[in-house]
Design a protein around this ligand. Structure first.
Ligand code: UTP
Length: 289
């Protein structure tokens, strides 16, 4: 069993970034010089994904354009012999990759967004779902590669887990676990956005999932859950025995929030060979304020 397809739900309104996201998709905001969505696509490509399926809406054309060829720009860079820039804009995601765009009519929730791509996945096929605004540091490893390997070895679906503080549990889907071996958790429950006092643990599900086609039959598009949205958590809860949780070691930046986005820019800047010296100097100077 190989996992070759990844779904990227990008049809949300990104209201926390208004007015920046009025006409520009949140996923096109850059961390240094690369849009958030490109980090996610590169992560998937390095994990062996070759089919990239975006669940999008009409105001997100810029994402489609970003992964399409820009022939005029390419010709210009080639004739100016700017080979390093040619490399930057050619074959993003790999030369054998396939990009498909499907529409979600209204942002009815993550579960609904994923179900919009059902026709792209074969019966019994395993696939990845990536929320690009959860930017995961590509070092030391590749979280998606690890999750794919756990899924292939166990034939189970896999959720990415991160420990969160008690006051943050009400922002996430929270799992209850029975066993933990080498950061792979056996699960026996999941609840969406629980109050602090009833949360089953402090392990939150964040933006990486490995699903099987069987998940689609469990997404109930007629009965919304928490916040009036079709939640993927409700579908997962119905089949929790067929899921494992993977508590990954890489650092996650919540780029759907302003503070997470700022932190990502600073940390990626601090590890950029061309920027780090000057940025460090600047930040140290600020500490003296
Ligand atoms: P968010 O909860 O971050 O929602 O969705 P949002 O609309 O993007 O941002 P805010 O909260 O208004 O600022 C998590 C991910 O799920 C996708 C979003 O695009 C984002 O990648 N999503 C969410 C959909 O594709 N469709 C939906 O109906 C809901």
């Amino acid at each position: 069993m190989k996992i070759k397809k990844a779904i990227f739900p990008v049809a949300g309104f990104g209201t926390r970034f208004l007015p920046a996201t009025k006409a520009t998709p949140k996923e096109m905001l850059p961390i240094i010089d690369k849009p958030i969505i490109q980090y996610a696509v590169e992560e998937a490509q390095q994990a062996g994904i070759t089919e990239f399926i975006f669940v999008t809406h009409h105001a997100k054309r810029a994402i489609e354009d970003h992964f399409d060829e820009n022939i005029e720009l390419l010709e210009k860079l080639k004739s100016d012999q700017k080979d390093h820039l040619v490399k930057q804009i050619q074959n993003i995601g790999g030369s054998t990759s396939r990009f498909t765009f499907v529409r979600q009519d209204k942002p009815k929730g993550l579960g609904h967004a994923i179900s919009c791509a059902e026709h792209m996945i074969n019966e019994n096929e395993f696939f990845a779902v990536i929320l690009a605004d959860d930017l995961i540091d590509p070092l030391p490893g590749n979280i998606l590669k690890d999750m794919i390997s756990i899924s292939m070895q166990s034939s189970k679906q896999v959720l990415a887990l991160e420990k969160v503080s008690k006051q943050d549990v009400s922002k996430f889907g929270i799992v209850s676990t029975t066993k933990n071996h080498k950061n792979i958790h056996t699960l026996d429950g999941i609840v969406e956005k629980p109050e602090e006092n009833i949360a089953p643990s402090d392990l939150a599900v964040v933006g990486r999932y490995i699903f099987n086609h069987s998940i689609f039959a469990l997404i109930d598009s007629k009965n919304p859950g928490v916040n009036g949205e079709i939640q993927i958590t409700d579908a997962i809860a119905k089949d929790i025995d067929n899921f494992l949780g993977y508590q990954f070691k890489e650092k996650r930046f919540d780029c759907g929030s302003k503070i997470g986005y700022l932190k990502a820019n600073i940390e990626f800047g601090l590890s950029d060979p061309k920027l780090k010296v000057e940025l460090k100097k600047y930040l140290k100077g600020l500490q003296n304020l």
